[in-house]
Design a protein around this ligand. Structure first.
Ligand code: HEM
Length: 496
């Protein structure tokens, strides 16, 4: 059954909006703004909208531009899996076509059509997406894990002796950028300036354009180098793919991949670490070995998806979604954050979702995130290694002092200050090792790595279990075997 409201955009010239049309009544039971003071608590607002309107609700974006937000889990999946009814090409969006969305609209970077696979559909989407996924398929996952391990070790070395760190700016924002610069084939471009530039470009501050130019210059240099002399990296495979991408297309896809990976994975790392540090249930489960780090990451993807919404999908024809009548040209927000907490799939939000990966964090359908394995690997290996090395890590501020910066698209933790007993640096080419703690302290048992004390020199070490590979610790009566296990472990860590 569809609701009686006509097009959300109310642009039917013959009928005009009927009384009670939600697009024309602000406030309870009507349409709500999802920007400005009304939207300080977006999570709470989505729940009110769900109560008032059900799984698909009318909302207003900046400048009161109308949109639907999809709140139901099933309805979100239906949206992204129905390419015959919905497209990501904003050029058919009625408010855009009718000039309601001004060129300086704050969401224009998300809305404006670009020649990239995210906005393409049909044959063109297939051509571009095939080039991206084929290039991704050539990435050697063992060497990616090696890069993640080395960079995690390097970042932790940067603050381990100080006994204090701020994990958003010193860890979560750096690790994905460092790894992605390696994957794309420009490890020399990874530095503080590159991380700052990406952060600044995405925040949309007054220096965003210069920062964006800084990143694009690096990507242009990389494209030119690999066009002349391809190597074995993501960029070279993108360039040489039979889809025949132009230099502009290559650059735009490198930008898409770099920014999508950086922003989403930085959020995921910060969210997962925050959860581990502040939620006693999590801590207890990790300590007791009932939950592994990959399972904790998956729970974080349910509870705080790194992209809360994706702007947007647009109706190609008159249709129906969640009992709502959707008109051709209407815009819809794909919304993992409210979709993941739909009471029809999660009647009890405190219940663990262990073993269930059907969250919406990576989207679905033809545009489903092709980089999810890399995002998960960065989070799994990075969090596991950090908790292994800083096994006594604690939040260094009252939990209530943590602050988030929210936009329609995502919610970023501003800072995550932590403290721990100062620890020595470690060799970045070796697996992370726990350092013995004073006896009164209880260390982390993160489930995938042992926190047993290990000597600094790996001559006769007690081998920690490699991340995610359950393995019995050898007894001290087996020295020869212990060396073999250590060797194998080091080889595994190095991706050899
Ligand atoms: C935790 C990390 C990540 C999350 C939560 C995430 C989430 C998403 C979501 C929600 C979409 C949009 C789906 C849609 O339009 O319906 C997307 C698209 C995309 N992501 Fe990710 N992503 C992550 C990491 C990555 C990484 C590491 C890469 C690259 C290595 C990547 C590359 C892309 C690309 C290229 C697209 C566009 C695909 C298309 O439109 O066909 N993402 N991602």
């Amino acid at each position: 059954m569809t609701s009686e409201s006509p097009s959300l955009t109310g642009t039917d010239p013959t009928s005009g909006p009927p009384p009670g049309c939600p697009a024309h009544r602000l406030g309870p039971g009507g349409v709500h703004r999802i920007y400005g003071p009304d939207a300080e608590d977006l999570g709470g607002l989505y729940e009110r909208l769900r109560e008032e309107h059900g799984p698909v609700a009318p909302v207003l974006l900046h400048d009161d531009v109308p949109m639907w937000v999809v709140l139901g889990h099933a309805e979100n999946l239906q949206l992204v899996r129905s390419p015959s009814q919905y497209t990501r090409d904003s050029r058919i969006w009625t408010p855009l076509r009718e000039g309601m969305v001004k060129p300086d609209h704050p969401l224009m970077p998300h809305i404006a059509w670009q020649p990239i696979c995210s906005h393409a559909e049909g044959d063109e989407h297939e051509r571009l997406r095939e080039a991206v996924t084929s290039a991704m398929a050539t990435i050697d996952h063992r060497s990616v894990r090696r890069h993640i391990g080395r960079h995690t070790q390097g970042l932790v070395n940067g603050f381990c002796e100080l006994g204090r760190a701020e994990l958003v700016s010193q860890f979560a924002e750096h690790l994905p950028m460092a790894v992605m610069c390696e994957v794309l084939g420009m490890p020399e471009e990874y530095n503080d300036r590159m991380v700052q530039a990406a952060r600044d470009a995405l925040k949309g501050t007054e220096t965003a354009i210069q920062s964006h130019t800084y990143v694009m210059d690096a990507l242009s240099r990389l494209t030119a180098r690999r066009r002349t002399r391809p190597e074995d990296d993501f960029t070279s495979h993108l360039i040489t793919h039979p889809a025949g991408l132009t230099d502009d297309e290559v650059r735009e896809h490198l930008r898409l991949v770099l920014f999508a990976a950086y922003e989403a994975t930085a959020n995921l790392l910060a969210n997962a670490l925050r959860m581990v540090l502040t939620e006693p249930g999590f801590r207890a489960q990790l300590n007791g070995g009932q939950m592994t780090v990959p399972e904790a990451i998956e729970q974080s993807l349910w509870d705080e998806p790194p992209f809360s919404t994706v702007l947007g999908y647009y109706a190609k024809q008159d249709t129906e979604l969640g009992g709502r009548r959707i008109r051709k040209g209407d815009g819809l927000l794909f919304a993992p954050a409210p979709g993941n907490v739909d009471p029809r799939v999660r009647p009890d939000l405190s219940a663990s979702m262990q073993g269930n990966r059907s969250h919406l964090a990576f989207g679905g359908g033809p545009h489903e995130c092709p980089g999810q394995d890399i995002g998960r690997a960065i989070a799994d290996v990075g969090v596991d290694a950090l908790l292994t090395r800083l096994s006594d890590i604690q939040l260094d501020c009252p939990e209530e002092d943590l602050r988030w910066r929210s936009s329609i698209a995502s919610r970023h933790l501003v800072a995550l200050p932590v403290r721990f007993e100062p620890k020595p640096q470690q060799d970045v080419d070796l697996p992370p090792r726990a350092v013995p703690l004073p006896p009164q302290r209880s260390g982390w048992q993160v489930g995938t790595l042992s926190s047993d004390p290990v000597p600094t020199v790996p001559a006769q070490p007690t081998p920690p279990r490699p991340p995610h590979v359950p393995q019995a610790l050898p007894s001290p009566a087996q020295p020869a075997r212990r060396r073999g296990v250590w060797r194998r472990l080091v080889d595994w860590w190095r991706g050899e």
